[in-house]
Design a protein around this ligand. Structure first.
Ligand code: SF4
Length: 473
């Protein structure tokens, strides 16, 4: 039975409710009066329910779709301005005992090179990432109870935060590891993680069981209820996502929004971020053997509909997508992107020889971080290296209430400018720096009030003189 408040996966991601939602969306996908009303409702920027958003996703009327895209773009601007937060993944280990059929780290893959970074190797990787300019990482690892232990993660997080190389520092460590216990989530929180990320992969239980035939991850309920345990353990910023291509996208879309509704109902705060990865080729994985792949237009529509259904939730896109696709969806709702990513274990320090490949998926956007930063600025976006909210205690419902009231802009915009200036001084190519300095001079006028503007101006001057402090609002 569908119950948004229930702590049981099968209640809050209820299969019958999703089927009814899809049937309702089919019945109404040409109901232009209803669609118009839903667009008007979405324009109030308070979001839409999974049923309402599913109607918009199903709609194929061109005029209405144009309105949907336009609204998504406007909501994106209203809540996120022209800032795009930058991050990089850091693969710690690809040892894994699960049998996920879409991931090359699955236990039966005997020819992929298996690696786990030592603390010294992590140090080298982090220095390489700091030298690129990164301040925010997402740690990635397979599930392995004796190798990838909680002690290993905690030690790794401590190592990462401790490394101060030149002007570099990793200021926010997010972590994407297997579902675990409330006690372990508490330990991660105490270790100072930012967001706990766990992709559902698919919300379709039957499909899930086929895609996860073996290993602890095959327990659908345990996996689906992970965010509840994370929140019980005190982690109030959680990141959800599905792997588009595994099951039918409209089912996944409804499930994703139901998950967000459940977290909001049960804990007073929805997900901090939603990721939208699409299935990719990798080592022994041939993505064309999966029958539910989605084209770029459908992908863009999904991003736009998520944006208007959950306006306050950050949206993430990785280097699984091409420059062209990333550019299209940035306008429609994406607020965080990775740059200069390596999806192999130890890939930032040195390229892997052909016979030692350990990548999780093929990176499509292979540009350097400098190239990505420059590209964003040429489109008038401000690449932001800000990590202030988490360090100022603006997490969970505190962050969300600032976001909903629009006040978060008062912090985000100045912080984006100051962290971009740091990046330009320390890591940018001359061309990127010249472009960035000009952009900052223009954008300083958009800092919301005169007092903040004068503080930011002074801080920017200090950064330009290399007189550093940990500037943040
Ligand atoms: S998706 Fe995660 S759990 Fe599954 S095989 Fe890959 S690394 Fe292991």
């Amino acid at each position: 039975m569908y119950d948004v408040n229930s702590k049981h996966a099968e209640d809050f991601i209820n299969h019958e409710e999703i089927l009814e939602t899809l049937a309702y969306a089919d019945e109404n996908k040409n109901n232009l009066d209803l669609i118009e009303k839903l667009i008007e409702k979405a324009a109030l920027r308070k979001g839409l329910s999974h049923r309402e958003a599913s109607v918009l996703l199903a709609c194929s009327d061109e005029t209405m779709n144009e309105k949907i895209f336009k609204l998504a773009e406007q909501i994106k601007k209203d809540f996120y301005g022209n800032r795009i937060v930058m991050f990089a993944p850091l693969y710690l280990s690809n040892y894994c005992i699960n049998g996920c059929t879409y991931c090359p780290y699955h236990a039966k893959n005997t020819h992929i090179a298996r690696k786990q970074l030592s603390q010294e190797e992590i140090r080298r990787e982090v220095i390489a990432l700091q030298d690129m300019g990164h301040k925010r990482l997402a740690l990635e690892a397979g599930e392995h109870p004796t190798l990838n232990t909680m002690d290993y993660y905690l030690k790794s997080i401590e190592t990462i935060y401790s490394i101060k190389h030149k002007n570099g520092a990793i200021r926010r460590v997010n972590i994407n590891i297997a579902a675990t216990t409330v006690d372990n989530y508490r330990l991660l929180k105490e270790a100072g993680i930012g967001t706990y990320i766990l992709f559902q992969e698919t919300y379709h239980k039957e499909g899930y069981q086929q895609l996860h035939p073996t290993g602890p991850k095959s327990d659908y309920n345990y996996h689906t209820e992970a965010m509840d345990r994370a929140m019980e353990g005190g982690i109030d910023d959680v990141g959800v996502g599905v792997l588009f291509g595994l099951d039918k996208y409209r089912y996944e879309f409804a499930g994703l929004l139901m998950h967000a509704e459940h977290l909001e109902a049960a804990f007073g705060v929805g997900p901090h971020t939603i990721s939208v990865p699409r299935l990719r080729d990798a080592d022994d994985i041939d993505s064309s053997s999966f029958k539910n792949g989605i084209d770029d237009d459908t992908f863009a529509k999904i991003v736009a509909c998520i944006r208007i259904a959950v306006p306050y939730t950050g949206m993430i896109i990785s280097t699984r997508e091409s420059q062209k696709v990333r550019e299209r969806v940035l306008h429609l709702g994406i607020s965080q992107i990775s740059g200069g990513s390596r999806t192999s274990v130890g890939g930032y320090c040195k390229p892997e020889p052909e016979d030692e490949k350990s990548e999780q998926f093929d990176v499509i956007d292979n540009r350097t971080l400098d190239e990505v930063v420059q590209w964003l600025m040429r489109m008038d976006y401000i690449p932001s290296f800000c990590t202030a909210c988490y360090r100022e205690g603006r997490t969970g419902d505190r962050f969300m209430s600032l976001c909903k009231s629009g006040q978060i802009q008062n912090c985000c915009h100045p912080n984006a400018l100051m962290t971009l200036q740091e990046y330009l001084m320390d890591y940018a190519s001359p061309e990127t720096k010249a472009l960035g300095d000009k952009l900052i001079d223009k954008e300083i006028q958009n800092v919301p009030n005169a007092k903040a503007r004068s503080i930011v101006t002074e801080n920017l001057r200090l950064i330009r003189e290399n007189n550093r402090r940990d500037f943040r609002f």
